[in-house]
Design a binder for this molecule. Sequence first.
Ligand code: MAN
Ligand code: CA
Length: 249
Amino acid sequence: MHLLQPFNVLLLGTSLALASLSETCRCAENTCTVMACGNPGLNGLPGRDGKDGTKEENGDQGVQVRGQQGFPGKAGPSGSPGIQGPPGQKGQKGDITALDALQRQVTALERNVQALQADLSRHKKILLTQGAMIVGEKIFVSTGQQDTFPNGKALCANAGGALASPKNVNENTALKTIANRNSMYAFLSINDIQTEGRFVYLNGAPVSYTNWKPGEPNDMNNEDCVVLLVDGIWNDISCEHKSLIICEV
Ligand code: MAN
Ligand code: CA
């Protein structure tokens, strides 16, 4: 027997004794024939650095990560106008009945106006055959009878007109034509009954046109009415003198 054997036996016995007392007994998986039991020891000191490893090949290429979206750019210039769109839907029908009624009324009025114009034209022709004179919008007509100023004034008013009031040379010439035809003096509407020397029309307005005979009006024996002489010039005369009555309408 070796000298160490008793020592080993002693260690074994001591270990067994300690194992029976220890709380921890470990054995690597069936690698130990003798179960090591006992309290863990303190960690040992760090070992020395290992040898350098072998140099590796270049690594794989990295993966590129997309950056964040930038801010929107400035608005671009306006584009050219687009193509005209298709026509819209047809609108609803209007008030056909009212429109038709108005149209019929207008048509009827137009026919009435045309009929009246035809009537007026015929009446003008008749008046012309009776010796009337048409000057612009004015028609001078006479019965060919002589009367006083008050009677003549009433006669014309009753006929819807008035005693003749020549306002210009054309109207005065038309009256001269009528007077010459009858070889008579003709009463005008002009008078100074209200105010001596102030000759006015029937509505009181002062005369705007005159064709006095030289020396007239002379108010001979208080003459307040006016006659148109055969040659177209005027003379003041008595309102009770009987002269040709010419009306204007
Ligand atoms: C003459 C003139 C006129 C007058 C008449 C009256 O012709 O004196 O002025 O009016 O007589 O008849
Ligand atoms: Ca006179």
